[in-house]
Design a protein around this ligand. Structure first.
Ligand code: PGA
Length: 254
C-alpha cells in the first residue's frame, strides 16, 4: 500500500509563536482523531523548523518539512539555506519546485534537478511539485508540460533515489484561487504521471510513489479527490493554516 500523506505548506505565514501554537494544535487533533496509518507533514518557514522538529520528536504521525533548499553544499550565497542545515535540525521532507518558486524566483527544471540531487544526498525526501498554468491547460499542452517537468527535473535519478520522492500535482490555476481541479481532472493527470513513471522506472516503482493533489484542497472537496485511485493525499496551502481543517483533511484517510 502506498503511503497516504497530507502535507501542509504554510508558505510565508505565521511568526514563530503562532507557528508553535498551530503545530501544537495540529498534533493534539491528530492524537485525538487519527486512527489510520496516514502521515501528516507540516512544511513551515525556515525559522520555525528547529522548534517544530523538537515538538515532533517521537511523533510517528507528524513530520516536519522545509519549503525550499539551495542546490549548493555551502558557500557564499547570502540569505540561503542548505540541505545539510535542514538535516541538522531534524527536518525530513522538503518541498521543491513549487509553482511560486518557479514563478517568482525563476526556478527552472534544470535548477530543480540540481536541488533534487543535493537534498537526496543529504537524506531529505523531496515533495516535488509539478503542474500546468491556466494558459497551458486551455491550450491543451498540459500533458506535455507535466511530462517535461518530470523528464527535465527528476527522471535523471536512479530508481532507488526516485523512489524516495513524493510527487505533488498542483495545477497553478487551482493554487490559492478557490478553484479546485475536479476529482476527474486530477485523477486523469495523476494516472498520467504514474504511467510516465512506470514507463521510466517500471510498474513496481510507479505503484509505490505517493502522488498528492494540491490546489484549493479543503475538508469539503478532499473526500472526493482522495477517493480516486491515483490520488494519495494532498499538499495543502490555505487550509493548513487552520488546525481543524488540516486534520479534517487528514482524517479522510481514517
Ligand atoms: P492552496 O495552496 O491550498 O492555498 O491552494 C496549495 C499549495 O500552494 O501548495
Amino acid at each position: 500500500m502506498r503511503q497516504k500523506i497530507v502535507a501542509g505548506n504554510w508558505k510565508m505565514n505565521l511568526d514563530l509563536n503562532e507557528g508553535i501554537t498551530l503545530f501544537n494544535e495540529v498534533a493534539a487533533f491528530i492524537a485525538q482523531d487519527i486512527t489510520g496509518s496516514q502521515q501528516a507533514i507540516v512544511c513551515s518557514p525556515y525559522i520555525h523548523l528547529s522548534a517544530l522538529t523538537a515538538l515532533a520528536k517521537g511523533n510517528t504521525k507528524l513530520s516536519v518539512g522545509a519549503q525550499n533548499a539551495h542546490q549548493a553544499e555551502s558557500g557564499a550565497y547570502t540569505g540561503e539555506i542548505s540541505a545539510k542545515m535542514l538535516t541538522s535540525v531534524g527536518v525530513t521532507y522538503v518541498i521543491l519546485g513549487h509553482s511560486e518558486r518557479r514563478q517568482y524566483f525563476g526556478e527552472t527544471n534544470e535548477l530543480l534537478a540540481k536541488k533534487t540531487d543535493t537534498v537526496l544526498k543529504h537524506g531529505l525526501k523531496p515533495i516535488f511539485c509539478i503542474g500546468e498554468t491556466l494558459q497551458e491547460r486551455e491550450s491543451g499542452v498540459y500533458f506535455d508540460i507535466i511530462k517535461q517537468q518530470l523528464v527535465e527535473a527528476v527522471f535523471h535519478l536512479e530508481a532507488s533515489e526516485f523512489s524516495k520522492l513524493v510527487i505533488a500535482y498542483e495545477p497553478v490555476w487551482a493554487i490559492g484561487t478557490g478553484v479546485t481541479a475536479s476529482a476527474e481532472q486530477a485523477q486523469e493527470i495523476h494516472a498520467f504521471i504514474r504511467k510516465e513513471i512506470a514507463a521510466k522506472y517500471g510498474q513496481a516503482v510507479a505503484d509505490g510513489i505517493s502522488i498528492l493533489y494540491g490546489g484549493s484542497c479543503n475538508p469539503k472537496n478532499a473526500p472526493e479527490l482522495f477517493a480516486k485511485p491515483d490520488i494519495d493525499g494532498g499538499l495543502i496551502g490555505g487550509a493548513s493554516l487552520k488546525a481543524r481543517d488540516f486534520v479534517d483533511i487528514l482524517k479522510v484517510f481514517n
